[in-house]
Design a protein around this ligand. Structure first.
Ligand SMILES: Cc1cc2nc3c(=O)[nH]c(=O)nc-3n(C[C@H](O)[C@H](O)[C@H](O)COP(=O)(O)OP(=O)(O)OC[C@H]3O[C@@H](n4cnc5c(N)ncnc54)[C@H](O)[C@@H]3O)c2cc1C
Length: 898
């Protein structure tokens, strides 16, 4: 259909008034809407921006309460798309005030002459997609409706204030203010009795300033919050120097960072640091007054592990106790109900000290909830507080509020967005929604948005969207729509990411918990700004993966699929490995590869502390074999697990899987004895198998001397170690002992056939490659021997073997032979459980310090070993806050009859 026909039919559809026809309608004139308008115009699209307020600014237009400031340093919280704009504006403070940020946005609007295409005082009230004309029709509360090809909601994550949930607000005879809708004219607070409800960011920023003016200030607090002193003033010299020395790379690092501010990834984990070192790091962060710094720079496990986080939270609590003189008030102000950072922490100036003032009272609503608001003030369940002014600092219906306030948004086939999102927002990339063609959201739910420096996220979104519109125009496409498959995949990836952080452990506006009746779930993307950006780029690089594109004169294009199938941390690891551009590992030769792996492992932490680590030797079939024993800190005697490391029968030693052994020893409460069996090519088949058997027998016979429980042992192994563990079980059965209570086989080699699908699907790109496996096999075992069950246990006698827990990883060449072994064991009547780990690769579970999403799998492995040993499942670790991934629950294979 030609544009003229489109225009005609679109204007016919409206009743009264002329419909404004544009290529693109943008809703919102904050940071996002302004940049959109600028880019769209320059790209030659006809555009209108619709804005409810009477000027530009968005957040910074509406939030004029006393003390309103940004909480990301202003040198970072700023547009970066135009170097001339950057040099044309100088921020006066480390954290700019609301008036200064508003002036800046006005300056930007003037500089690019944006206001002429903005319809102010115009609220979009409903939006409908017409499939016939392939356009959106937007209804407004002021002036003509708008017909547009593309509808972009730049409506803001924090722009829909949450209405008060308290009875009697209308009865109050005094003044009422909302921090998110603060009047433009001066509000006189001096000498008045003021009540502030809410201690989120707006409350924490405004309370100290209100207290200075008020006759009396009463603060009503439901949820205490962590607040860090801002130490505002000029922008810190070190940061400014860093920026000015190399602006381009500073900005680029911000774009690829986790939170949109260029700080490096912390490597040291909390348990590698002494108390004094941790305290020193914390004090430095306290003095720095920078939220992103304290959220990311103390230790690597602070945001992903409950124990690592608790250490930081406790140091924080000490500061609150030291500042607030009245111990009862201090206790009420201390958060205990959420990990630090799981709820947005705040930046403050004199917040805690304000409670030392004689004219300030804190009311703890956890102890005495508000019953009602009356004509004269606020009644809690136990007391009445008179007030002249009530300030609601109760926050926002975050992320979805402003989007859902445009109601209805009707997509293809009459679908309403509120129905589609009834159980929580569903998006692809946080940018688009299946069933809603040509609709884009800037920083929508499912994007890093509020977990990032939003200036960086907004620029990335705007650039991505506008670049797509340009590319579509060039290719002749007129519609774009996410597919259901892509959207479902994104939901899975979001859920995987949220397992990585502690956000899911707090009830916050990130999860929708602050709004009664709102669907619950972590709404922002927790995988980080840099990874998110690379995913968006990958979508484009892979032919607009997950989008259907159509146009009048071009063939429809739909490259369907899921953009991220790997676990998020596995993706990072594989990307890092890919960046190393290593030659094929087999090209190092056996000794070269051993040296390389040893060097690689030396840079990794050994793992968490256990009770004791002992080295020894045991007699093998052809001389002594080294072992390393990990004893838990709990009182013994403990059951013993005989462990065999991975390395393709060629690499590794008894220390090679140290982090895994320590972790599993702690989780199981068992002794792990890791055996240094002989390697190929010096010692070929069946040396490793015979060593494994001999070691198992010796350890079982000497359990008491090793401090273990006499009786059956357990065996475990990863990769080739899983192979020799499985073989040891078969040999023990054939040769009359020792008794083995259970076997844990993690990504085991079980067979010499290479034609199973996983050998092709995962042949390259997942570190363990098919060609590396071929090489391992060649070094260990001649083709004539390969069907021997001592190297292909799948071909052995399976009946009567000990119960097994078999772990396989989706992106592992060995996946299918692991599954085949589990199925064969089950068919032979052996009790078997399988964990088919989605999104994981061969090394996921042994890279304890890096692949955090492996925790839930290791929890299940530990539980299985405890079951085999006849112990109850308990042994809680701090990271059990990491809930087991339900999609990775073990499958029990039924035992064959008989
Ligand atoms: C007090 C406060 C401090 C903050 N500090 C920081 C910070 O330091 N760092 C940071 O990264 N982020 C901060 N944020 C988040 C902040 O919202 C973003 O940084 C950024 O300003 C968002 O810009 P935006 O254009 O996406 O949305 P907004 O600035 O919220 O603009 C959205 C605009 O859309 C308009 N609108 C919405 N619905 C409609 C409709 N139906 N019709 C017409 N117009 C509509 C609104 O009126 C609004 O003007 C803060 C937020 C608040 C509330």
């Amino acid at each position: 259909m030609s544009d003229a026909m489109v225009a005609a039919s679109a204007s016919e559809a409206t009743s009264g008034g002329t419909t404004q026809q544009v290529d693109v309608a943008v809703v919102g004139a904050g940071f996002a809407g302004l940049y959109l308008l600028h880019r769209l115009r320059r790209a030659g699209f006809t555009t209108v921006t619709l804005e409810e307020a009477d000027d530009v600014g968005g957040t910074w237009y509406w939030n004029r309460y006393p003390g309103a400031r940004c909480d990301i340093q202003t040198i970072d919280y700023t547009y970066t798309f135009d170097p001339e704009l950057e040099s044309g504006w100088k921020w006066s403070e480390k954290y700019a005030t609301q008036p200064e940020i508003l002036r800046y946005l006005g300056f930007v609007a003037d500089r690019y002459d944006l206001r002429r295409d903005i319809r102010f005082r115009t609220k979009v009230t409903a939006a409908t997609w017409s499939q016939a004309v392939e356009r959106w029709m937007l209804k407004t509360d002021n002036g003509p409706a708008v017909s547009c090809r593309y509808y972009i909601m730049a409506t803001g994550c924090l722009s829909a204030p949450k209405p008060p949930e308290i009875d009697g607000v209308k009865d109050f005879k005094g003044e009422i203010y909302f921090t998110g809708r603060w009047p433009h004219e001066e509000v006189k607070l001096a000498g008045k009795r003021i009540a502030v409800i809410g201690t989120g960011s707006s409350g924490i920023q405004s309370i100290p300033l209100i207290a200075e003016q008020a006759a009396h200030l009463t603060v009503f607090q439901r949820t205490p919050n962590f607040a860090l002193p801002a130490h505002n003033g000029p922008a810190p010299v070190d940061r400014v120097t860093l920026l000015e020395n190399d602006r381009v790379s500073y900005r680029e690092q911000a774009r690829m960072s986790l939170a949109g501010v260029p700080w490096p990834q912390q490597m040291a984990v909390s348990w590698q640091l002494s108390d004094a070192e941790r305290r020193e790091r914390f004090e430095k962060a306290w003095a720095a007054g920078d939220l992103v710094y304290i959220l990311t720079q103390l230790w690597a496990d602070q945001a992903v592990d409950v124990d690592g986080n608790a250490l930081l939270a406790e140091l924080f609590r000490e500061k609150i106790r030291a500042t607030v003189k009245d111990p009862e008030t201090a206790e009420a102000l201390i958060p205990y109900d959420h990990p630090f950072g799981a709820k947005r922490p705040c930046l403050d100036t004199n917040y805690y000290a304000t409670y030392n003032r004689p004219n300030v009272t804190l009311v703890n609503l956890r102890q005495e909830p508000i019953k009602s608001i009356t004509a004269s003030g606020i009644n809690t369940e136990t007391r009445a507080f008179d007030a002249d002014v009530i300030v609601f600092a109760t926050g926002f219906d975050a992320m979805t509020g402003a989007i859902m306030a445009v109601h209805p948004i009707t997509g293809r086939g009459g679908k309403s967005l509120s129905d589609v999102w009834a159980n929580g927002p569903q998006t692809y990339l946080g940018l688009t929604v299946a069933g809603f063609p040509n609709l884009f959201m800037i920083t929508g739910p499912g994007s890093p948005s509020v977990l990032s420096n939003m200036a960086v996220s907004i620029e990335q979104h705007v650039d991505w969207v506008v670049d797509r519109l340009i590319a579509m125009r060039e290719a002749g496409f007129t519609t774009i729509e996410a597919t259901e498959m892509a959207q479902a995949g994104w939901a899975r990836h979001m859920a995987d990411c949220s397992m990585l952080t502690l956000h899911r452990l707090a009830n916050t506006w990130y999860t929708g918990a602050n709004v009664p009746g709102k669907a619950q779930g972590v709404m922002p993307y927790t995988g980080g700004v840099g990874p998110y950006r690379s995913i968006c780029n990958e979508v484009v690089g892979r032919g607009m993966l997950g989008f259907k594109l159509t146009g009048p004169n071009v063939a429809e294009q739909c490259n369907d699929g899921e953009i991220v199938r790997l676990q998020p941390d596995v993706r990072l690891v594989l990307n890092m490995l890919a960046d190393l551009k290593l030659p094929p590992l087999e090209s190092f030769g056996s000794q070269g590869l051993r040296d390389f792996v040893a060097q690689f492992n030396a840079s990794r932490p050994a793992g968490r502390p256990v009770g004791e680590v002992l080295d020894g030797t045991l007699p093998g079939p052809d001389g002594p074999l080294p072992y390393r024993l990990y004893r838990p800190a709990t009182p013994g005697p403990h059951p013993i697990v005989v462990y065999f490391h991975g390395g393709g029968w060629v690499l590794g030693d008894e220390q090679a899987d140290e982090p895994f052994c320590r972790d599993m020893s702690r989780r199981t409460g068992m002794i792990f004895v890791s055996v240094g069996y002989r390697h190929a090519p010096e010692h070929r088949f069946p040396a490793a198998a015979e060593d494994a058997y001999a070691a198992t027998r010796w350890i079982a016979d000497h359990a008491g001397e090793l401090g273990g429980q006499p009786g059956p042992v357990l065996v475990a192994g990863w990769s080739a170690g899983g192979n020799v563990a499985a073989v040891a079980c078969q040999l023990a059965q054939d040769r009359g002992g020792p008794q083995i209570a259970g076997q844990l086989l993690v990504c085991p080699v079980t067979d010499c056939r290479f034609d199973r699908s996983s050998y092709n699907d995962n042949a390259a790109g997942y570190f363990l490659t098919r060609s590396l496996m071929y090489w391992f096999w060649d070094l260990y075992c001649s083709p004539a021997d390969r069907t021997d069950p001592r190297v292909s246990p799948l071909r052995g006698k399976l009946t009567g073997l000990p119960p097994a827990f078999v772990v396989t990883c989706e992106f592992d060449p060995l996946r299918d032979e692991g599954i085949a072994y589990a199925e064969a064991l089950a068919a032979a009547g052996v009790p078997v459980e399988q964990l088919q780990a989605r999104g994981h690769f061969h090394s996921s579970f042994t890279m304890v310090d890096v692949v955090i999403t492996g925790v839930s799998g290791r929890v299940q492995m530990a539980q299985a070993l405890r079951r085999f040993a006849g112990l109850p499942p308990e042994r809680k670790q701090g990271d059990e806050g990491v809930r087991p991934d339900r999609t990775a629950a073990p499958r029990e294979i039924s035992v064959a009859a008989g």
